[in-house]
Ligand binder design. Structure first.
Ligand SMILES: Nc1ncnc2c1ncn2[C@@H]1O[C@H](COP(=O)(O)OP(=O)(O)OP(=O)(O)O)[C@@H](O)[C@H]1O
Ligand SMILES: [Mg+2]
Length: 230
């Protein structure tokens, strides 16, 4: 089967001269949950940001669902949803307006029923008329997820989805991610926690200092970890 995302020889050197990604090759399989594991500063957000079209690569190519992310960026971006690591939403907008606007950004026709389904799934329906600034941190994070799902992406990136999230919500989010996968959405999440990768992922990639160190089926990886080979 064709990979849904194909990253080839991707390099990123920031203006400061710092090389954040070094010849990264990575293929994401259609319909899988892929966990990208790595320490602070490894390059996880940089890699995701390039695939999502927020940061320019220095060299290399990325194909997302058949679309080159540079030459065919509009089509590529419409397939992708991103839940960013940093909370950044318009504080004075209502939840509903924010989510509706996100969908419109991708040129999709309004679909209140879809938005209602997303908000209900994230337990945000009763907050739909609240201003973002009046929500708790965990709720704001859920709004970011709702925004990312508003245009029905086939690929969802979650950059540290459970940072700052309580245990109960963390389990709810895992549940939600599995539900999305059942609907055929491919999911790539980053995490610092091996347990989270273990709980969620079909495959795990480890990145360190801008290099992909390994990519393995979770089960095989856990066996190795058990034998302390890593
Ligand atoms: N705009 C920028 N200019 C210069 N260097 C940057 C920039 N953004 C990121 N970096 C550097 O690139 C490296 C990778 O950063 P990145 O945010 O991709 O790491 P990360 O794996 O997401 O880390 P974390 O787990 O802390 O989120 C870091 O050393 C960081 O300082
Ligand atoms: Mg990051």
């Amino acid at each position: 089967m064709q990979p849904i995302i194909s990253v080839q020889n991707l390099t990123k050197t920031y203006a400061s001269g710092f090389q954040a990604l070094k010849n990264v090759d990575l293929e994401i399989r259609r319909g899988e949950i892929f966990a990208l594991l790595g320490p602070n500063g490894a390059g996880k957000t940089t890699l995701i940001s390039i695939i999502c079209g927020i940061v320019n690569a220095s060299s290399g190519t990325v194909i997302a669902d058949g679309h080159d992310i540079v030459r065919d960026y509009r089509a590529a971006r419409s397939k992708i949803g991103l839940v960013p690591q940093e909370l950044s939403t318009d504080a004075f907008e209502s939840v509903w307006a924010t989510v509706r606007f996100s969908r419109g950004l991708f040129g999709k026709p309004p679909d209140p029923a879809h938005l209602e389904k997303v908000l209900r799934a994230l337990s945000l329906w009763d907050k739909k008329d609240s201003k973002i600034l009046a929500l708790s941190g965990g709720m704001k994070r859920r709004v970011l997820i709702a925004k990312a799902l508003a245009h029905e992406p086939r690929i969802l990136f979650l950059d540290e989805p459970t940072a700052g999230v309580d245990v109960e919500l963390r389990h709810d989010m895992w549940q939600m991610v599995r539900g999305l996968r059942e609907q055929g959405v491919t999911i790539i999440l980053t995490t610092h926690y091996i347990e989270e990768a273990q709980e969620m992922a079909d495959r795990v990639g480890v990145i360190n200092r801008g290099e992909i160190v390994l990519v393995e089926d979770k089960v095989a990886l856990m066996r190795k970890l058990g034998r302390k080979q890593l």
